[in-house]
Design a binder for this molecule. Structure first.
Ligand SMILES: [Ca+2]
Length: 295
């Protein structure tokens, strides 16, 4: 009866076996003659014990599976604590800045490093055939990925692209305009991989000092796709709590500058955009994030 009820939908063999066992026990216990009541009682006790062991085993294995997968997802990620911050940099104008406005961002995790060629090609094997000659080592940041490909990668490993607000908060500049380490870029100090004509390729991720959150290459190395649509109409959104930007657009925002770009582009408040199908000019990569609340 029960087996017939469940066989259409749930039905893997283990669940079916358990259901048949319960049904068999039920018939054995409750359809015996009254004279065999003691046998019924002892059967009922055995039934309870075995059922308990089975369900305890199932729930334990589920808990073990969950605790084993959590570290895999969050390995190499950094917690960015919730709070308000001033997003944008008005002085870069509507083309490359955003009118300064205060937003609140909840706790989230973000990758400590840009996604590397090796990591990306474990999921998208064929990318190795178009790996950029300017970023070709295993531990170099992946490039030549469209926004959609970057978003897909993050989704497939249980993450998402950071929103622009999350990315900018994680960049950690004291104000919204300058570099993660301060106001000046000095190429002799090896602060970041970038500055037009100063570098001829990328470096392995994490080759330069981290920012205050322990994140690497938030300035330079590769531009990084973020989730938001770009708009030249530089109006702060109505939603200032975990803002996600516009609901539609034609271009996607990229942040942080690249090995081949100008010093200005590495400034935390500087933003630029590309078409989401574009794979860039060997200069756009990404990192992923995990939201710790549902909205
Ligand atoms: Ca970067």
């Amino acid at each position: 009866m029960l087996g017939k009820y469940l066989s259409g939908g749930v039905g893997d063999s283990m669940i079916r076996s358990i259901v048949y066992f319960i049904e068999f026990s039920y018939r054995t216990i409750f359809f015996r003659p009254v004279s065999s009541f003691p046998i019924c009682l002892s059967s009922f006790g055995i039934f309870l014990i075995i059922t308990g062991v089975i369900f305890f085993g199932m729930s334990s294995s589920q808990v073990m599976a969950q605790t084993e997968t959590v570290p895999e997802i969050t390995n190499g990620m950094v917690l960015i604590p919730a709070g308000k911050f001033t997003m944008g940099c008005s002085k870069f104008g509507p083309e490359h800045g955003f009118q300064e406005h205060e937003v609140y961002v909840s706790d989230f995790l973000i990758d400590r490093y840009e996604v590397t060629n090796e990591q990306y090609e474990k999921i998208v094997v064929e990318h190795s055939e178009r790996r950029s000659p300017f970023s070709k080592c295993e531990n170099c940041p992946v490039s030549k990925v469209s926004w959609y490909e970057a978003a897909d990668y993050c989704y497939l490993i249980g993450k998402s692209l950071p929103t622009e607000a999350q990315w900018e908060k994680a960049a950690g500049a004291a104000n919204g305009c300058e570099f993660p380490w301060g106001d000046e870029f000095d190429p002799t100090k090896d602060q970041a991989r970038g500055g037009l004509k100063l570098r001829d390729n990328t470096s392995s991720v994490g080759s330069y000092p981290p920012n205050k959150y322990g994140l690497y290459d938030m300035a330079g190395n590769m531009w990084e796709w973020v989730a938001d649509w770009f708009s030249i109409h530089n109006i702060p959104p109505e939603v200032l709590y975990n803002p996600k930007g516009l609901s539609r657009g034609t271009m996607k925002v990229r942040r942080g500058g690249a090995w081949s770009d100008s010093v200005n582009a590495m400034r935390t408040g500087w933003r630029d955009r590309s078409h989401p199908f574009s794979r860039g000019l060997n200069d756009i990569g990404f990192r992923c994030a995990v939201n710790l609340i549902s909205k």
